[in-house]
Structures are given as structure tokens and as C-alpha cells.
Ligand binder design. Structure first.
Ligand code: EPZ
Length: 413
């Protein structure tokens, strides 16, 4: 655990200096679900392009603990990250029972689990809420296929019930499912191993239940991380002279790239590569409206706010997914940004404003990365404390940004 580490970043004071290339790692929010899916298999699942991040370590610890107590998601581990909840589906489907605590993860406002519980109930399970654990039991030890319509779009609820349905009796229909590309990617892999999932990547997913899956040596290849791709593009637009982002899928960050182009950034996208060169300054202000995929990802909202602080004019961010995702705003304002919270869902940004150094503490994973971007733009040397939160989702970020010419180091506090 790296709770007591911080990053030290020497800001470029508005200069555009970064040059070179940076490779995107495997998607956190892809591989965590694939790790959970290993419970559905009767053999080992080989995996490639797995990022070396803290949340992957926690998921592996949870899977290890299941070898001792096959129906229990250990509280002290599951409370560290939200993705722990996706394990409930596969474990319940395989064992007929699962016990789990309320999942942890970034504090982004109310993050309920009603969609999961109602989905399990619909599939014939009972839900018991104890003091520190929920206990879910499938009637007769087996889930049954059902027609489930989600009242709102949820990424992890879609994934959890899709995985649970793979071992259920009969056919499950998920309506108003999330469209995130990691979901379709996982379904493709599960199908290669014997699952019968159709429609993943569309709002209607149909799963015909069956027996345990068999990898037979076929690997799950973790797709590139969309959020890392978008964050690097924003960093390059802010302080880059000529930066190439490799091992990515530009089609998955269409909307953020369109906004950067609209602002005046020189963006060139190939099949798996993005080249960003500084465009005419100052950039023109843009506005952002977060949305489920393929809209602008809420996970890129904080990094985009830093970008907007350097644009000319007035713009706004409408956050439509979470109601507590502006915890980074106060610090950005203290650094000199003109950014004002209008409501739990809306901020207004005016720019461009020079940022100055500050000692910062990551509020959450994506907010932490935004602080690194702000520190890179600012005048003077800043620190970003609570490195663990950034390490949850970004592999050795300092070792990867330094070769581009950013002066960033990690040290114990
Ligand atoms: C996933 O979270 C991602 N996490 C998040 O990334 C991402 O921000 C989010 O999707 C939106 O794209 C993982 O994949 C592990 P939701 P998730 O359920 O699935 C409400 C990161 O930094 N809701 O799609 O938890 C919920 O409160 C993280 O990598 C219910 O009301 O998000 C929210 O308002 C942060 N009841 C909305 O749905 C439920 O039972 C959408 O959230 C479930 C969700």
C-alpha cells in the first residue's frame, strides 16, 4: 500500500514542452470484470496486457480469499474498491450464495446497489441485509433467467447480471444495458469460451444460461484504457509540443478528441495511435456534458476541467452521472482557476487563468490525475499526496510521464 507516498511535480508554467510517445496500458475497468469472470470457468484464464495497478491487486486478493471461503467477499478488501461488487454475480451464480459488504471505492456522491439487489431478486434470489454483510441466496441453489429492465444505465450492474446469467437456468434479457466497449469486449471473450451472450454493446443483451466456461488456453487480452487515453490526450494538449499516444483505440475517445479539436488542439488519430501537437493559443473554450458511453465519460470530467481553465471564454460542465464529483474544484480555484460550482451537477469555468503551485491531496482516482495535470501546467513545484488513489488506476504514472519531459517524482511523505 502506498498511502504515505506523494508525487512532486515541477510545473511548466504554461509552456508546452512535452515530446515523445507514451503507451496506454490495459483498461482498469475492463480487466477487473474479466478477473471476476474467472469464477465462471472450470480452468485457468490466461490474461495479457494486465495493468500493474492497485485495484487489480485487490481483485486478485479477493479471488484468493474465495479459495478459502468460496461464498464470502472479504470485507476489508471489498471495501477498498467499487468493482468488488461485480464478483457477486459470478459467485452467486456458481455457488448459489454470496456474502458481501457494501462496496467501497471513490466517493462520488450516493452510489447505491439497488440495481444489483433487484436484479438478483428477479432471478430468484433472496436478499438479507446483515450488520456488515449482505447475504444473497439463489432459490434451490440456482439462479433462473429473467427479463430485467434497468431503470437507469449502470456499467457494473450490467456486467454483474450479464455474468450471473451465464450460469443461470434459462434465458436472461437485460434491457437498458450500458454500452461501454469493455462490456462487449468481455462478452466476446466469454463467448469464445462457451458462453451464449448476444447484443453486448447494445441496450439489449440476451444471455442463454449454460454450464461452466472453459478457456482452453485462450487469453483474455485486456483492451486499452479509454480514460488513460483521454487523460494523456488532455495532458498533451495542455503541456505538449508533440506527443504520440500509442496502444490505444481512438474510436473509444471520439467525443473528448472532438472537443479538443473544437478548442483548437491539433489532433491526428490513426488506428491505434493519437498524435497531439500544440495548436493556436489560447485554445477556445468548450463545454462538457458527461454521459454514458459513447458520450463524454464522467471519468474524464476532472481532467477536462483543468484543460478548460486554460481556454479563452466561458464554458460549463454538466455532470449527469454522479452527484458528488466536483471535490477537486476548490483546490483548482485555489491554484488560480476561475471555476465555480453552481450546483452538485454543474460548474462554470472562465479562462484562461494562470495556475500556481499548491500542495494537493488526491480527492479520488480521477481527481488525483487531474491534480497531476494542474500541477504540470502551473508555475512552481506542487505535490500531490495520497498517491495510492492514483495508483489504484494508473500504472506507475511518474515513470511513464517523466520520459516525455515532465519533471515528476514519487517520494515518501
Ligand atoms: C463504473 O462505475 C466505473 N467503475 C466508474 O469508473 C465510472 O465512472 C462509471 O461506471 C460511469 O461510467 C467501474 O467500472 C468499476 P454506474 P459504476 O453504476 O458501475 C447509479 C473509475 O474511476 N446507480 O454506471 O459504479 C449510480 O449512483 C470509476 O474508474 C444506482 O442508482 O457506475 C450512478 O448515479 C469511478 N443504483 C449511476 O447509477 C445502482 O445499483 C451510474 O453509475 C447502481 C448505480
Amino acid at each position: 500500500m502506498n498511502m504515505r507516498e506523494q508525487f512532486i511535480i515541477k510545473g511548466l508554467g504554461g509552456a508546452k514542452r512535452l515530446e515523445g510517445s507514451i503507451a496506454v496500458r490495459g483498461a482498469k475497468n475492463g480487466v477487473l470484470k474479466a478477473l471476476a469472470a474467472t469464477v465462471l470457468f472450470d480452468d485457468e484464464v490466461p490474461m495479457t496486457n494486465v495493468p500493474d495497478i492497485e485495484d487489480v491487486k485487490r481483485m486478485r486478493e479477493l479471488l484468493e480469499a474465495l479459495k478459502v471461503e468460496p461464498t464470502v467477499l472479504k470485507k476489508d478488501i471489498a471495501e477498498k474498491f467499487r468493482a468488488s461488487i461485480v464478483l457477486t454475480g459470478p459467485v452467486l451464480a456458481r455457488q448459489g450464495k454470496v456474502e458481501f459488504p457494501f462496496p467501497g471505492g471513490c466517493v462520488l456522491g450516493e452510489r447505491s446497489i439497488d440495481l444489483f439487489l433487484n436484479g438478483f431478486r428477479a432471478m430468484g434470489a433472496s436478499v438479507e441485509e446483515g450488520e456488515s454483510y449482505f447475504t444473497i441466496r439463489a432459490e434451490g441453489g440456482k439462479l433462473r433467467g429473467e427479463h430485467i429492465t434497468f431503470p437507469l444505465v449502470s456499467v457494473t450492474a450490467t456486467e454483474t447480471l450479464m455474468m450471473a446469467a451465464v450460469l443461470a437456468e434459462g434465458t436472461t434479457l437485460l434491457q437498458n444495458a450500458a454500452l461501454e466497449p469493455e462490456i462487449a469486449d468481455l462478452a466476446l471473450y466469454l463467448n469464445e469460451c462457451g458462453a451464449q451472450i448476444s447484443g453486448a454493446g447494445t441496450p439489449t443483451i440476451t444471455i442463454v444460461g449454460g454450464g461452466l466456461l472453459h478457456a482452453g488456453g485462450i487469453s483474455y487480452n485486456t483492451p486499452p484504457d479509454r480514460i488513460e487515453t483521454g487523460s494523456f490526450a488532455i495532458l498533451a494538449a495542455l503541456v505538449g509540443k508533440d506527443v504520440t499516444i500509442t496502444n490505444c483505440n481512438p474510436a473509444w475517445v471520439d467525443v473528448p478528441l472532438a472537443l479538443l479539436r473544437q478548442a483548437g488542439v491539433d489532433v491526428e488519430a490513426g488506428k491505434d495511435v493519437i498524435r497531439i501537437r500544440a495548436g493556436d493559443m489560447p485554445y477556445q473554450m468548450v463545454s462538457v456534458h458527461t454521459h454514458e458511453y459513447p458520450g463524454f465519460a464522467t471519468d474524464l470530467q476532472a481532467p477536462m476541467a483543468v484543460f478548460m481553465s486554460q481556454c479563452q471564454g466561458e464554458g460549463s460542465i454538466l455532470e449527469t452521472i454522479f452527484d458528488g464529483r466536483f471535490r477537486y474544484v476548490d483546490d483548482l480555484a485555489l491554484m488560480g482557476a476561475d471555476i465555480v460550482v453552481m450546483s452538485p451537477h454543474r460548474v462554470v469555468v472562465r479562462g484562461p487563468k494562470k495556475l500556481s503551485r499548491k500542495n494537493l491531496e488526491s480527492p479520488d482516482l480521477r481527481g488525483g490525475l487531474a491534480y497531476i495535470l494542474a500541477a504540470a501546467v502551473a508555475e512552481g513545484t506542487s505535490t500531490v499526496d495520497n498517491a495510492y488513489l492514483i495508483d489504484r488506476g494508473y500504472e506507475h504514472i511518474e515513470e511513464r510521464l517523466a520520459p516525455l519531459g515532465l519533471d515528476i517524482k514519487r517520494e515518501m511523505t
